[in-house]
Design a protein. Sequence first.
Length: 326
Amino acid sequence: MERPRLRPLPAGLFPVFEEAPRAVHRDGYIELQRACYSVPPEYVGRQVWARWEARLLRVFNQRREVIAVHALAEPGKFVTDPAHLQSPYRRVIQHSLEHLLDRARLIGPHTGAWAEPTAAILDSQSVKSAGHGSAVGYDAGKRIKGRKRQLLVDTLGLVLWVVVTPADTTEREGAKAVLLRVRGSQAERQVGSIAGFRLFVSDNLFRGPEIVIKGAGAYTANVTETALGTIRSVEHTIQHLDETAANLAQNLADTRKRLADTKVQVEAPFEYAERLASLVRRQQEIEDELDLTKSHAPGGLDGKQNEASPENGAPGNPEPEVPDLG
């Protein structure tokens, strides 16, 4: 009686998810399981509803409309939808270096390359100059008395660093002066400590600022778009130091094991050494037999010829008879 009234089973499994309200921070992100996900900036300071499954996160507004969809990330990671960065409401969010770089990339590829250089070219140029100000020199190669500009430029030719030296400065010394200045600009500055580790800020010429965590070793953490994200990155790095050390120890043990196996294989005798030696001996025997055959062959032929000659009384070829025509 009940079978006709039963409905068919759904094609897929029943969805299993969790839900919870989340507040949108000033940076335009919500936090879920120690990871941060972007939402449209017009929801900054408001409350949204987060629904997450095993691999997916959906964010709803108060009217239960989907406003963002993200793949779940590891703790300490930031997941950003590019559409949220390009929104006109983005001005209400505290802008950071990464946001400014994104704005530069939107203008064009050359602008993005100028804002974030990935390679540099070092060159020099001698120019005439009077002796006022700093010291001058004589460039014998270009026959110029004055100063030499040591230029560090990107691939577009835009200047990254300039050092002025006397014109008689060699290329080697000029390059050394520029690189020392660049290195000095990236000096580490201690900003505090956490969990027994000292925290330093290092300004990299190409990658931007980095957080350096120093203890028995040195580790780096990312500087994200927000202060909260930077703190999370530092905490994540410190919390995973034991895991990192365990992975390094395991890699070291595996390397030592492979080295020991390789050493055993190198020291082991050649698998076919005996077979190869027997083949070599057989080849030598064959060559010796061929040599003996060659040495005996001429004597045997001469003996046969002597036996067949008339001088030895043996029948030879009879001389042809000449007919008597008289």
